[in-house]
Design a protein around this ligand. Sequence first.
Ligand code: FES
Length: 133
Amino acid sequence: MNHKILEEDIMDMVMDHYDNPRNYGKLENPDIVQNGGNPGCGDSLTIYMKIDDNDVVVDAAFDGKGCIISQSTSSMLTEYIKGRKVSEITELDTEFLKELIGKDIIIRRPQCSRLALDTIRYGLRNYKKKQKN
Ligand code: FES
């Protein structure tokens, strides 16, 4: 019973982010523009981020076309990462996603669930690599 209520709450949140996406669009002068996609379905996503001198993500946005899960997690994650350190974000994993959207969605739709997080982490890792060179 409790499990069912929780699942309904999560689906309400997912649908809210899909219907009213936060941070949808491009950023002006982003430090990172990272494309991601799921070749299996053809969905694509671009994540934009601005990083300050303290390695904090000060702004984030996304655009692209995709399913409910990939779009809603892009909306949620661009909200979540703002104000957080790059090093903290690159450590986010499946356990974090489970807390965000529940394990049922991840089990049913693993690639959709991971697309936004993987794209963000990939973009941040590339950014750090370029900084070192
Ligand atoms: Fe394409 Fe979900 S169906 S990312």
